[in-house]
Ligand binder design. Structure first.
Ligand SMILES: [Ca+2]
Length: 457
């Protein structure tokens, strides 16, 4: 299959199109995460226009690209070592204007290439579009351009390689063997419904929005201390009534998706790329979620501090310029006030105004839900942020205490992480959802859950 790229484009449309059905071009949601940093350590090409070298197609930045003029021009990414590979994400420059005809070939030695895909791009999106194929061992991945509906220029904004199923973990994974849910869930209502639907979760707690069909969900387990999707980070103990106790003044209880968390599988933190892909680590990252917990504060050192149920990022630390630490934080203060916070990166906050939520929390059980869902405002991506309280902890009587939409005018400093618009909403999912609190060193908790729900639009 070597030298495929030397084939003339003349007559290529018809000839190549006949082969498309033999392979798959898939656009949408996927389970296999991309390799780190797009998976490529270097790139070369048959030629390139001087301002757009091949390295710009593997830099994780959707403001840069590779381009070359003419049918048969190719770009080749090097993963640095032979690995199992079963797909490639390609973002085409002006991919929403032009359909590109191309093939993908792989090689272990850079000399002998085998074609694994031939087909066309959608012509409808500048975002990553995925091609998949049966797993092959490969070090080099070559994309050859044969023409487009608009121009003779082939131009790719970015590419990311997709690890095949047998790639060994490059670093210890905190969740190497996700356990299946211990018992089958009642099948949730499959159709998206913007109105709250009365139904109960496994604890008997009213779900305000139905779980997305096939969506991620997690519930605090009876054996919570051995649940590898739950990392309370401090010791917890079981109370006689079945609830749990945390005695620490700085609490960050992390909940992973069924995929588990691995920073090495996050290919880029570029805000424009994350917004385009819709996720940070994997397609099943926590994104549109209803996050529920019941708490009883027994001791507080600062009543102005708060609980925060938050998601849409990974670890909140200084690595990667803090860019893994994006989040929306629904915050319930010990004095009863509520507000949303937007953490564009760690540490860059904007705070919405306080609203009254309930009376002071100490000494009683209170249920608290953070709900975040993508929506549209004037055709643009936005995020609806809601908070609900169950003041008497009867599991049923939920009161909406906050409802706002981040439509791209709220604070932000996204350019710190490559974003082209500082106030851009955080529309992507992240691998970790967190139950957080500070300044309360004796708290009982129960009936925690994180469930993936449909987007509002
Ligand atoms: Ca780029």
């Amino acid at each position: 299959m070597n030298r495929q790229h030397s084939t003339s484009s003349r007559g290529g449309w018809k000839r190549f199109r006949t082969s498309v059905t033999a392979f798959s071009l898939a656009v949408g949601a996927f389970a296999t995460p991309a390799l780190a940093a797009g998976g490529f350590v270097s790139a070369t090409a048959s030629s390139f226009d001087a301002p757009t070298p091949p390295s710009m197609a593997i830099d994780g930045n959707n403001a840069t690209r590779w381009s070359a003029n003419g049918a048969g021009q190719w770009i080749r990414g090097d993963m640095g070592a032979v690995k199992p590979l079963n797909g490639l994400d390609i973002a085409w420059f002006r991919g929403n204007e032009r359909i590109n005809l191309f093939d993908v070939a792989t090689s272990t030695n850079g000399t002998t290439f085998t074609r694994v895909f031939v087909g066309i791009s959608s012509g409808k999106s500048t975002a990553f579009e995925r091609v998949t194929f049966p797993t092959v061992n490969a070090r080099y991945v070559r994309v050859t351009f044969y023409g487009s509906t608009q121009t003779t220029w082939g131009s790719i904004t970015d590419m990311a390689a997709l690890a095949g199923p047998t790639v060994p973990e490059p670093e210890p994974n905190p969740n190497p063997n996700p356990q299946p849910e211990p018992e089958p869930e009642p099948n949730p209502e499959p159709e998206p419904n913007p109105e709250p639907t009365p139904s109960q979760d496994r604890f008997g707690v009213k779900m305000l929005y139905p779980t997305k069909a096939g969506g991620e969900q997690w519930f605090l387990a009876d054996n919570a201390t051995s649940d590898n999707r739950f990392d309370p980070q401090n010791s917890i103990s079981r109370n006689s009534d079945g609830s749990w106790k945390m005695k620490n003044s700085k609490v960050r209880m992390s909940v992973f998706t069924s995929t588990g968390y691995s920073a090495s599988k996050i290919p880029t933190y570029d805000r424009d790329v994350l917004a385009s892909r819709g996720y940070m680590q994997a397609a099943n990252d926590w994104r549109n979620i209803e996050m529920t917990g019941f708490v009883k504060v027994n001791s507080v050192s600062d009543v102005t501090d708060n609980f925060a149920w938050y998601a849409r990022g990974g670890k909140h630390n200084d690595n990667h310029s803090g860019c893994e630490g994006s989040s929306y934080k629904g915050s319930l203060h010990y004095d009863g006030r509520v507000r949303w916070q937007k953490e564009t990166w760690h540490v860059s906050y904007n705070q919405a105004s306080y609203k009254p939520g309930t009376s002071a929390l100490r000494g009683r059980w209170v249920g608290f839900k953070s709900v975040m869902r993508n929506t549209k405002v004037n055709g643009k991506d936005a995020v609806r942020l809601e908070m609900y309280l169950n003041e008497n902890a009867d599991k049923v009587t939920w009161k909406k205490v906050y409802d706002m939409v981040d439509s791209g005018t709220w604070g932000g400093n996204a350019s710190h992480c490559g974003g082209s618009v500082n106030a851009m909403p955080i529309t992507w999912g992240g691998p970790i959802a967190v139950f957080r609190w500070d300044s309360a060193n004796d708290v009982d908790f129960k009936w925690l859950s994180v469930r993936e729900i449909p987007a509002e639009q």
